[in-house]
Design a protein around this ligand. Structure first.
Ligand code: PEP
Ligand code: MG
Length: 547
C-alpha cells in the first residue's frame, strides 16, 4: 500500500513508528450478530464492563488520594444498571459487543453533556473513556469479524504502538501503556493538557489531524516536529523513525541505569536536577530517571477547561496525586499561571496573566494556597509565583501563607529582571522561566512558533543579572524553562550559578549526564576571561555579561 501523509499540528516533537492502536474511532464492526450468538455476545459485553471496572479500581489504588475517588466514579459507572441494561439491549438488537458498548456509552455521554452543567459535562468524557476502555477489553473469543476495529497491537504487548484517538482526557494521559511510542489525535490543540504531558514524557504527538486518522490501520509514523502522520510509511521513512525511536529508548534506559549516580561536575560541584510535571505519570518518570523532586508543578493545566475559578477541593484533588509521590522531597508548586495560551473559557478576553491575575482575585488565590499547603504537608514544599513583576507582589502572597512556607519568584518578564534585586530580597528563591523570558527579551511571540534562544547575548545578560541578584541575596537560583534541558545552554546556566535545573521527565537523565561531564572551574574561568563574574564572600559564584 502506498504511503499517505496527513497534515496536522505539531504538539510534541520527535519521530515515532508503530502499529495504530485506535481508541474508539470509526472502525468498530457493526455486522449484525446472528440470534443464536447474541446471549454469548451479551456476556462478552458484561465481562468487558467488569474488566474495565477492575482496571479502573487498580488504577485508583495506584494513584491514590482524591484522584482515586474521581477514577472510582468510573468503577461505579461501569456497574450502573441503566448503562448495563442499555448495552445489553443494544446487543440483543444485533450489535456486536464493542459496537454496543460504544453506542450505549456515547448515548449516556450525550445525555450528560446536554445537561448544561459544566461539572457534569466533564463526566461525559469520563463515560466515553469508560466505553473506550471496555471496547479495548472485549475478549476476542468467539467473535470472528467483531474483532475488526479493535487495536491492531493490543494482543502484542511487546509491539510499539501509536495511540490514535479523537481526543485524550487527563485519565487517558495518566495511564499510557509503556508500548505507546507516539500519539496522533483527530482533535485537540498544541497547548492542550495532553500536549504538555506528551512533551514532558518525550512522546511525539500530532494533533488536529481530522476524523480520517481514526481509520488508521497497520503501521503509522508520527512526526511530532512537523505535525505530520504518515500511514503505511515507505521503508526509508520508517527506518529513520525507528532509529529515532531506538535512540530515545536507549537514552531512557541509560537514565534508569545511571539514576544512582550523583549530578556532580568532574570537579565536585553539585547541581540539583528536578522534574517539571503536571501529572503523576511525569513525576514517576522523572523520579525513575533520578530527579530529586519537582522544580515546577504546572497547576493550571488541570483547569484549562474550567468554567469558574477552581475551588479548594478541586485544587486538592488535582495536586494530591503528585504531592503524595513527593514525601520528604522538594515539591515546587506554581500557583495558577492562567492567561495567554492558558486561558480557560471563564477568563476569555482577559489581558492579565499569572500572579497579577491571581492577586486581582484574592479568594481564588487563597483557595489554591490552602489546598497547596494542606496537600504538601509531607513534602519540602515551595510555592512558586508565575509572571512576577515586583517585590510587592511577592510580599502580598507571603502575607497570605502560613509562616515559614518557602516562596519563589519566577523571573520571566523584563520587569522582573529590572526588579531582580528587590525580588530576590523578597523571595526565598528565584526560578528563571526561560520560555517566557527569551521571548520577552527578544520581543518575539512565544506562541507565534518562532524559537527564541536562551543563549542569545541579550537573554544571557538578563539571566546574568538575575544570577547576580540571587547571589547577592544568597538565594537559590533555579532554571525551569526549556533551556535547562538544552545541551548548549546547560553549561551556561551552571556557570551562571544555577544550583537547580528543572526539566521535562524525558530529559532528566540526559541533563544529569551532561552535568557529570562539566568542569565547574572551567566554566567560571571562561566567563571570567570575558569579564563576566559575580562574587559572594570573595568567591566567584556566578558569571555572565553585564545586563
Ligand atoms: C517558562 O516560561 O520558562 C516556564 C517554565 O513557564 P511556562 O512554560 O509554564 O510558561
Ligand atoms: Mg512561563
Amino acid at each position: 500500500m502506498a504511503e499517505q501523509a496527513l497534515q496536522g499540528l505539531p504538539a510534541s516533537p520527535g519521530l515515532a513508528i508503530g502499529c495504530a492502536r485506535v481508541l474508539g474511532g470509526a472502525t468498530v464492526a457493526r455486522d449484525t450478530v446472528p440470534d443464536e450468538r447474541r446471549p454469548a455476545e451479551v456476556e462478552r459485553a458484561h465481562a468487558a464492563l467488569r474488566a474495565a471496572a477492575a482496571e479502573l479500581e487498580a488504577l485508583a489504588e495506584r494513584v491514590g488520594g482524591e484522584e482515586a475517588e474521581i477514577i472510582r466514579a468510573g468503577v461505579l459507572m461501569a456497574g450502573d444498571p441503566v448503562l448495563v441494561d442499555d448495552v445489553e439491549r443494544a446487543v440483543l438488537d444485533g450489535l456486536p459487543a464493542p459496537a454496543a458498548l460504544e453506542a450505549a456509552t456515547a448515548r449516556h455521554a450525550g445525555a450528560i453533556a446536554a445537561l448544561d452543567d459544566g461539572t457534569l459535562a466533564a463526566r461525559a468524557e469520563d463515560v466515553r473513556s469508560l466505553g473506550r476502555r471496555a471496547m479495548r477489553l472485549v475478549s476476542a473469543e468467539g467473535s470472528p469479524p467483531a474483532a475488526e476495529g479493535l487495536p491492531a497491537a493490543s494482543n502484542d504487548a511487546s509491539a510499539a504502538a501509536v495511540l490514535v484517538a479523537d481526543e485524550l482526557g487527563p485519565a487517558d494521559v495518566a495511564e499510557l501503556d509503556p508500548e505507546i511510542v507516539g500519539i496522533a489525535l483527530a482533535r485537540g490543540g498544541p497547548t492542550a493538557h495532553a500536549a504538555i504531558v506528551a512533551r514532558g514524557l518525550g512522546l511525539p504527538l500530532v494533533v488536529g489531524l481530522g476524523a480520517g486518522i481514526l481509520e488508521a490501520d497497520g503501521q503509522i509514523m508520527v512526526d511530532g516536529g512537523e505535525g505530520v502522520v504518515v500511514l503505511s510509511p515507505a521503508d526509508d521513512r520508517a527506518g529513520a523513525a525507528a532509529d529515532a525511536q531506538e535512540a530515545r529508548r536507549a537514552e531512557r534506559a541509560q537514565a534508569l541505569a545511571d539514576r544512582a549516580l550523583p549530578a556532580v561536575t568532574l570537579d565536585g560541584h553539585s547541581v540539583r536536577v528536578l522534574v517539571n510535571a503536571a501529572t503523576r505519570a511525569e513525576l514517576d518518570a522523572g523520579l525513575a530517571a533520578g530527579a530529586e523532586g519537582v522544580g515546577l508543578l504546572r497547576t493550571e493545566l488541570a483547569f484549562l477547561d474550567a468554567e469558574t475559578w477552581p475551588t479548594e477541593a478541586q485544587h486538592r484533588a488535582a495536586i494530591a496525586p503528585v504531592l503524595q509521590g513527593l514525601a520528604g522531597r522538594t515539591a515546587t508548586v506554581r500557583v495558577l499561571d492562567f492567561g495567554a495560551d492558558k486561558t480557560p473559557p471563564f477568563l476569555a478576553g482577559t489581558h492579565e496573566r499569572g500572579l497579577e491575575l491571581l492577586l486581582a482575585h484574592p479568594d481564588a488565590l487563597d483557595a489554591q494556597l490552602r489546598a497547596v499547603v494542606d496537600a504538601g504537608r509531607d513534602t519540602e514544599l515551595r510555592v512558586l509565583l508565575p509572571m512576577v513583576e515586583t517585590a510587592e507582589q511577592v510580599h502580598a502572597v507571603r502575607a497570605r501563607l502560613p509562616h515559614g512556607v518557602s516562596v519563589g519568584a519566577m523571573i520571566e518578564t523584563t520587569g522582573a529582571v529590572a526588579n531582580a534585586a528587590a525580588i530576590a530580597a523578597a523571595a526565598d528563591f528565584l526560578s528563571i522561566g526561560t520560555n517566557d523570558l527569551s521571548h520577552a527579551v527578544l520581543g518575539s511571540d512565544r506562541f507565534g512558533g518562532a524559537a527564541a534562544s536562551a543563549t542569545h547575548p541579550l537573554v544571557r545578560a538578563a539571566m546574568a543579572a538575575t544570577a547576580r541578584a540571587a547571589a547577592a541575596e544568597r538565594k537559590t537560583l533555579e532554571v525551569c524553562g526549556e533551556a535547562a534541558s538544552e545541551p548548549d545552554a546547560v553549561p551556561l546556566l551552571v556557570g551562571l550559578g544555577a544550583g537547580e535545573l528543572s526539566v521535562g521527565a524525558a530529559r532528566v537523565g540526559a541533563v544529569r549526564g551532561w552535568i557529570r561531564a562539566l568542569r565547574y572551574d572551567e566554566l567560571l574561568q571562561s566567563r571570567n576571561a570575558a569579564g563576566e563574574r559575580v562574587e559572594r564572600d570573595g568567591r566567584v559564584v556566578a558569571v555572565g555579561p553585564e545586563a
